[in-house]
Ligand binder design. Structure first.
Ligand code: FAD
Length: 304
């Protein structure tokens, strides 16, 4: 299937029957028909031309840290925006520095670059295990910081008409864990952030402090996709789950973390079905006890 793609894309970026568990932090997911890791805009345009002409189903992924794929994998093409499309460039401006990063750049690398250049504003992002593209789409945030506070613009590929365009800050429609990219389906190519001059020692110490808080409070020793549920207005999902006596609730290899009830973890050999079993039970129990509907933050991708 899709073997004619080899006529115009190099074989080292094409992975047929690729297990998706290799590309998600949950370490869950069956094989995708094809996973592609484009290295340039030119390759992306060729790929999407092919996808469009052949009406192929596709999904864009970054570092796979907020995704749950089916045990049956994915029928179609996975477009992975990873290290091949990673870059960082800094341009001085009146109020500090504009840092532009390719969508495949890890947030941890970007935050470290900012720190090394005594730039403040991205400390919150240093422990989020996603790429710039996924973080912009999700308006990723932590400890009172979020992408919307520092982003000035982004560039994207309109996958329908294959044009490269720019979105300014106010066109992102940012809100809690949301941006307009969730609705329009464009492929994020890069993002620019305005960072202020700061004190390197202070920046480093804030990053260390936030990362220590993660290590202490989050089950980082197990594969997961981070917070499984969005925070309901004025409440905390983890607290509601703990108060519903669901700490440690298990289905197969999936479990409500005992360290942080907001995380469903993979204890070793969890399947997607196991995780969905935990999610459904948690949602039903919390609703029955507190009348609160927990919405998943993790994005669940069906096989077909
Ligand atoms: C241990 C752990 C801790 C976490 N802590 C936090 C936290 O503190 N705060 C937080 O917000 N999140 C957290 N997360 C969740 C996750 O890291 C973030 O949501 C992150 O921004 C997702 O980025 P990603 O590159 O992994 O995206 P993916 O998971 O690969 O994709 C997420 C979404 O973005 C889309 N997408 C990805 N790249 C692109 C692109 N280039 N163009 C268009 N769409 C794209 C995908 O289609 C998908 O809809 C955590 C996860 C883990 C495992």
């Amino acid at each position: 299937m899709y073997t004619d793609i080899k006529n115009f894309l190099p074989s080292n970026i094409l992975f047929f029957n690729e297990p998706l568990k290799k590309h998600t932090t949950f370490r869950i997911g069956g094989a995708a028909d094809l996973l592609v890791t484009p290295q340039s805009e030119e390759q992306l345009i060729k790929l999407f031309k092919y996808i469009k002409e052949n009406c192929i189903r596709y999904v864009i992924i970054g570092n796979g840290s907020n995704l749950l794929f089916s045990d049956e994998g994915y029928r179609g093409i996975i477009v992975k925006i990873g290290s091949e499309l990673s870059s960082i460039e800094a341009i001085p401006c009146e109020n500090g520095m504009i840092i532009s990063a390719g969508a495949g750049t890890l947030l941890s690398k970007l935050a470290l670059f900012a720190c090394e250049n005594s730039l403040t504003g991205l400390e919150f992002a240093s422990g989020i295990p996603g790429n710039v593209g996924g973080a912009v789409l999700m308006n990723a945030g932590a400890y009172d910081g979020e992408i919307s506070q520092v982003l000035v613009r982004s560039t994207y590929l309109d996958c329908e008409n294959l044009s490269v365009c720019t979105k300014n800050f106010d066109e992102h429609d940012f809100s809690y864990r949301h941006s307009s990219y969730e609705n329009d389906g464009y492929l994020i190519l890069s993002a620019s952030f305005l960072l202020k001059k700061g004190n390197k020692e202070d920046i480093l110490s804030k990053m260390k402090d936030l990362n220590n808080r993660r290590i202490t409070k989050q089950p980082l020793e197990f594969p997961s996709a981070g917070s499984t549920f969005k925070r309901p207005a004025g409440l905390f999902a983890g607290k509601l789950i703990e108060d519903a006596n669901l700490k440690g609730y298990t289905v197969g290899g999936a479990k409500v973390s005992e360290k942080h009830c907001g995380f469903v973890i993979n204890t070793g050999n969890a399947t997607c079905e196991d995780v969905l079993g935990v999610i459904k039970y948690v949602q039903n129990t919390v609703f029955a006890k507190f009348g609160v509907e927990l919405e998943t933050e993790v994005k669940i991708i069906e096989a077909q």
